[in-house]
Design a protein around this ligand. Sequence first.
Ligand code: AMP
Ligand code: ZN
Ligand code: FE
Ligand code: FE
Length: 274
Amino acid sequence: MRLDLHTHTTASDGVLSPSQLVALASAANLDALAITDHDTVVGLAEGVQAGLNHSVQIIPGIEVSCSASGVPCHILGYFIDYQSSKLSDYTSRAIRAREDRMHEMLSRLANQNVMVDMDDVVKEAGPECSSLGRPHLARALVTKNYASSIGDAFDRLIGDGHQAQVPIRVLEANEAIGLIRDSGGIAVWAHPRLEVLQELLPELVTAGLRGLEVYRPKSSPEHVRKVKTSAEEMDLLVTGGSDWHGPGLGAELGAFYVTPDDISQFLFEGRVSF
Ligand code: AMP
Ligand code: ZN
Ligand code: FE
Ligand code: FE
């Protein structure tokens, strides 16, 4: 049994539509997949339907951008009621906030004589996107020859710490966790950085955080061990996922997976059975 609990689609900054992602997951021998787009639930109905067609169990999810004590962080929500008004309201707020933020980033880039229009970014994002993000901007920068690759665009122009990067400020972490819990979901801290893990964990747990994303293809064995130890100490659930965005962007879908044994308590709490 192979599971991947962190993937993106064209609803946010992934390259494949929810149906295409699920079809590929099936071909890549994954038995279960969580679809966790950034700040949007719009891809989930299509993804769940595709799961039925392809016999892949779909866990509806979201990856909420927020900040904890001023530190940007991502909180995954699993088993969410994606038809709830709370989540559609949040998606609408986040769409607008991300559009405003993109305008601000474009004007900061223009100050550096890097001329990209909103239309260029929207074209890269495609008609199914409801969550404009830096990867779309990175693609536009490559198309317009301001960068040689997506990685180059982040390294030189829009990565964290660069003048043109504008943080997304919609929710504080406690609000993000509250939103997920109010929508029937389980909140899990995505790709926690070791530098801030111990500092932020108490406030996140107090807010209702239930788990840590431990297993990731990019994490070293030492990183995995440390996050897992923290999860055990704080009585938190353990999850894992690839954070897959598209073909050719890192490890291929299905190359990384977790097994039911790795995440048994999470599956139990989510009432998942195979
Ligand atoms: P945003 O939510 O708009 O700030 O975009 C964040 C997303 O950008 C992440 O989820 C990654 O998919 C992508 N990203 C962040 N840093 C890099 C990087 N250095 N190279 C490529 N993609 C990145
Ligand atoms: Zn992303
Ligand atoms: Fe993330
Ligand atoms: Fe992600």
